[in-house]
Design a protein around this ligand. Structure first.
Ligand SMILES: [Zn+2]
Length: 292
C-alpha cells in the first residue's frame, strides 16, 4: 500500500485504492495529481514528498470524486498548497455536500454521504495559467462534469477514471458516467495517445491499454443498445433501473441504486438528444419509449 513508483524522469505515482501522482518541477517543487482516497493516502503522499525534499506547491484533481480528493484537505493544511480542478469540479471539491446531493437528486440522507464525500477543501478552477511548466491538460470528459487527464513532459498521463478496469467490465458492472457522447470521444482521445504511458487511478495496470479502451467503448455501446431495447415498450424510470440492475447482475443497495440511476440519466439524455427516445406522462408517471 502507498508504494511510490517512478514512471518518468520527473514523474512518480503512489499506489493505493486511487493512484496519486507526483510531478517534480523547478528546483524542488512538486505538483500532486489527485491526492488519494482518504487522509491516510494524503499522509503517505506527504511522507514521500518529504523523503524527496520536495515542496508541494499545488494539487491538480482530475475530477472531484471523493476517492481522488481524499488527501486534499490534509495536504493543504500541512503544506499550504493550492488546489485546482477543472470546470465545475472545483465547486464540488470546495463544497462536498454537492456530490451526494447531485447523486441523490435532492437533500441526501446522511447515511448516503460517506461514499461521496471527502473533507471540503477550497479549490480553484484549473486554467493553463496555473499549470507548472511541463504539464498539459487533456480533456478526458464524460465520467463526471469536466474530467481531465494530466500529461507530463516525460510522457506520462494520469487519466483518473477515464477508463474502467477490464476485470470490472467483464464482471458485468455498469461504469459510472455523466455524459455518454463525451465518454465515447474520450475513448478516441485515449486511443490516439500512442507512446504516452497512461496511469489509470484504479485496479491493476492493464497489459494492453488498446484492449481496455476497446472493452470500455463496447460496454458503453452495449449499454446504449440495452437502454434502447428496454424502452422498445414504454417503461418508467424505476422499471428501467430495475431491469438494468437485473441484466447487469447487480444486487442493489442504496449507493449502487443511486449510481445506476445517475448513470442511466446520462444514457436517457444521450438517446433523447439523438431523437431516438421520447418521454411522456401516464398516470403522473414519466414513461420512456423508443421514438417512432
Ligand atoms: Zn470518479
Amino acid at each position: 500500500m502507498y508504494e511510490l513508483i517512478q514512471a518518468g524522469k520527473r514523474t512518480f505515482y503512489m499506489e493505493g485504492y486511487a493512484r496519486a501522482g507526483i510531478y517534480v518541477f523547478g528546483k524542488d517543487s512538486a505538483c500532486a495529481i489527485d491526492s488519494g482516497a482518504d487522509e491516510h493516502a494524503g499522509l503517505a503522499l506527504l511522507k514521500h514528498l518529504k523523503s524527496m525534499n520536495l515542496r508541494l506547491e499545488l494539487i491538480i484533481n482530475t475530477h472531484s470524486h471523493a476517492d481522488h480528493t481524499g488527501g486534499n484537505a490534509l495536504l493543504k493544511k500541512e503544506t499550504g498548497c493550492a488546489v485546482y480542478a477543472p470546470g465545475a469540479e472545483h465547486a464540488f471539491i470546495s463544497e462536498q455536500i454537492i456530490s451526494p446531493a447531485f447523486m441523490y437528486g435532492g437533500n441526501p440522507m446522511p447515511e448516503l454521504w460517506p461514499g461521496f464525500v471527502s473533507e471540503s477543501c477550497k479549490a480553484e478552477r484549473l486554467s493553463d495559467a496555473v499549470l507548472p511548466e511541463g504539464l498539459t491538460v487533456v480533456s478526458l470528459d464524460g465520467h463526471s462534469f469536466s474530467h481531465v487527464g494530466i500529461t507530463t513532459s516525460d510522457n506520462v498521463c494520469f487519466i483518473g477514471d477515464a477508463l474502467t478496469a477490464a476485470a470490472v467490465i467483464k464482471k458485468g458492472n455498469l461504469p459510472t458516467l455523466y455524459d455518454v457522447g463525451r465518454t465515447l470521444e474520450s475513448f478516441d482521445t485515449l486511443d490516439s495517445m500512442k507512446g504516452v504511458k497512461l496511469i489509470p487511478a484504479h485496479e491493476p495496470m492493464p497489459d494492453d491499454f488498446a484492449e481496455t479502451i476497446a472493452l470500455n467503448r463496447q460496454k458503453t455501446l452495449d449499454m446504449i443498445d440495452l437502454v434502447r431495447d428496454i424502452c422498445s415498450t414504454p417503461v418508467s424510470f424505476e422499471t428501467l433501473t430495475r431491469t438494468v440492475l437485473d441484466r447487469t447482475n447487480q444486487n442493489a443497495n442504496m449507493v449502487i441504486y443511486m449510481l445506476t440511476q445517475n448513470t442511466l440519466k446520462g444514457y436517457l439524455t444521450y438517446l433523447h438528444g439523438r431523437n431516438e427516445l421520447e418521454y411522456f406522462f401516464e398516470n403522473n408517471t414519466v414513461m420512456w419509449r423508443v421514438k417512432k
